[in-house]
Write a protein that binds this ligand. Sequence first.
Ligand code: ME8
Length: 681
Amino acid sequence: MSNGKFYITTPIYYVNARPHIGHTYTTVVCDAIARRKRMLGIDTFFLTGTDEHGQKIERSANAAGCSPKKFVDEVSAEFRALWDRMGLSYDKFIRTTDEEHVRGVQAMFKLLQERGFIYKSKYRGQYCVYDELYVEVDTPGAPCPICGRVTETVEEENYFFKLSAMEEPLLKLYNSDPDFIRPETRRNEVISFVRGGLKDLSISRTTFKWGIPVPGDEAHVIYVWLDALCNYITALGFGNENTKLYDKFWPADVHMVGKEIVRFHCVYWPAFLIAAGLPLPKSIVAHGWLLFEESKMSKSRGNIVRTETILDVLGADPLRYFLMREIVFGQDGSFSFDALVQRFNSDLANGLGNLASRTLSMITRYFNGEVPYPSHAAAHTPADDAIAKIATRTIEEFGTAFDQFQFSKALETAWGLVAAVDKYIVENEPWALSEKTDEQSRSRLATVLYTSAEALRIVTALAHPIIPDSTARIWSQLGLGNIKEFKLNEIKWGQLHLGTRLGKVEAVFPRADKTTIERMQQMEQERTAAPVVEENPQTPSSTATPAPSTAGDNVPAAVASTEVSPSPYTPLAPQITIDDFSKIDLRVAIIKTAEKVKGADKLLRLEVDLGFEVRQIVAGIALAYDPEKLIGRKVVIVANLAPRKLRGLESNGMIVAASLEGGVPVLAGFHEDVPIGSRLK
Ligand code: ME8
């Protein structure tokens, strides 16, 4: 029997970057929500996918020396393979290069045209390629007010969408439905943005080709955000022949997004839908950022943590648990390997895992592997009733918190039950009861173990959407079969049957130790240490161009493959002005000290003297240079690069080097003797 329907979406991810745990975070949250809805008997559709058009992607493909299609095919496949490896339960993986999507977007464009919301006009302005957005700055080359990257001057004849006409309808929408944008802080930001006035929006481009052609005017491609946002309806068949899913699931219940794309989802998307006369999504829910070393994890900052590293070492469930428990949904949260392992040990290995193994192995030992039931009432004590009460309250509170996106609170509540049962076991000493042979003690032992197993069953069922694999294993150890068949909406205390035969009891969460952290750090280190010439987040080319091939796994497969890059030369980065170049302060410095960084094969810690100051730089040159031989050598450094941490050491600048085949660095230098502190121009 169906208990209604539910449609949830993640953003579709750009394929100019490989997936990292920031993308994983959003997708895991949606997966957990979708799983819970399904367990509640709700007909659920969970959509994710990749955003594959636009100038940013076209440039990344050019830089990789391959066609955009080949480039997007490879990176999109990586996202999908990672989600599959994690066991994410999406119902559809949409790609904006899918034919049905292209048809659907063109249908939407035509619909907006027919309804009089599109006109053609000339436009000259500053465009931020990274954000794929015209920005409100006048000076050519001025930085983007959103991301700080250098903007480009674009002059074209564009199609425009009458966004200015949407000011009133949007404000009416926000006011009439306070849940349309969540949380409240984001809602307030959007309202004040719209109150500030809306200008018409350019929705086509002629300066590049990698996009969906405007129907009837193929010189134009459709603006990438109009293209991308439509995925939420085209995935269901909008604009195509078969609209069964669209008819059933649209409007979406939840569009889950990161806080940086709230404006696109809460202003542009409903504006397009209102103009097209289509139903609006029920809510847009924004979460915060996953930070690593205090800044947003992103490819251009080079501080990403790969999901694969964690999967290889710990598996999917510990990561899922960490993301849902440690990060207060809606706020920014920090990621570190230390915190991940600490959470894993305290809550999973010592918490749920320990409760499962001690309860189930005692039932195996004392009751031949069959769930016991107290045989007379005198075996009951208020302590048993207290656990039953806490469990009943937990079911209620967990559901309420989870359904309000308070995942951390929900898990805290469930683990409160784990802690209560642990205490109960310690206080009731089943091991001592097992040594007594009188009937009263045997009944008491049965009650204590039944109570513990029943509480374990309840926590396992509640936690299943968050840690699906391990809970499925505990469930089958409890002798309950396939957890997927369990109806969460019917859960209550006392459903564990007397005589249920346990499955094979095995540890579900083997404890992690220091070497677990070291292994993960080492894997990430090896990936980030190699590049000497780093990406600079302040330049547009760095965001459009994948990292040099020395970056190893950080590079989309298309870049790393020699097959697709026949030229031995790295393609030129997009042109910059002299003003752009003047922002880079290159100085001559002398190396004073050099030493290997412990535990990082490729890194050296250097102290360099610029004449006016001595500073520390961490460089990935250890495989090419002996530290002793570097002392006294003059080098060129990028002196005004923002500091970043490598292996916990702050690096204040970057040494300039040529990168030879295989990423071997060769330091830049001079034939003449140049005073330290001199600036290169
Ligand atoms: O914006 N912390 O794609 P994108 C938390 N294609 N979440 C993060 C994160 C981090 N450090 N980094 C990424 C786009 N995310 C567009 C979307 S939708 C019609 C088009 C997650 O690849 C978060 O959900 O830049 C964020 O909004 C999304 O990835 C951005 O992915």
